[in-house]
Design a protein. Structure first.
Length: 134
């Protein structure tokens, strides 16, 4: 069962659009200062300065976002292949992948639980690096 402990957030951020269905998905700092957007595709052409974390609440547009950047959090898996200890990344829908061919190259952290099916909510330890490449 997924669990959460203390985690670090960036204070004062608001949703760039309606993120009410984005709880436990990967997000990124938007191009507009002080806003968070859905992660979308993060790949070799993405600005390496893109900063990613996990959206912990269900904010509507312009509401405060609880944007976790470090600590132990819940996140939604895109695949059943994530094992305990795997490095986790985000796919284009903001769900977690392991180090397979569908990752977007922005390392988020390590899985503390295995995913048994796509859509599982699992516990991960965020690396606290804002999603550094590989």
């Amino acid at each position: 069962m997924a669990f959460v402990t203390d985690y670090v957030t960036l204070p004062g951020l608001v949703a760039a659009s309606n993120l009410a269905s984005s709880q436990y998905l990967v997000g990124k700092l938007a191009s507009t200062a002080g806003k968070v957007a859905a992660a979308g595709t993060l790949n070799s052409t993405t600005n390496p300065g893109a900063f990613v974390g996990v959206i912990m609440n269900k904010p509507a547009a312009d509401e405060e976002v609880e944007f976790a950047i470090d600590g132990i959090v819940k996140a939604i898996a895109a695949t059943s292949t994530i094992a305990v200890g795997d490095r986790v990344y985000s796919n284009s829908t903001g769900r977690l992948t392991d180090a397979g061919t569908t990752d977007n190259g922005f390392f988020l952290g390590r899985a503390l639980e295995a995913a048994t099916a796509a859509g599982d909510i699992i516990t991960i330890k965020l690396a606290g690096n804002g999603g550094g490449r590989y």
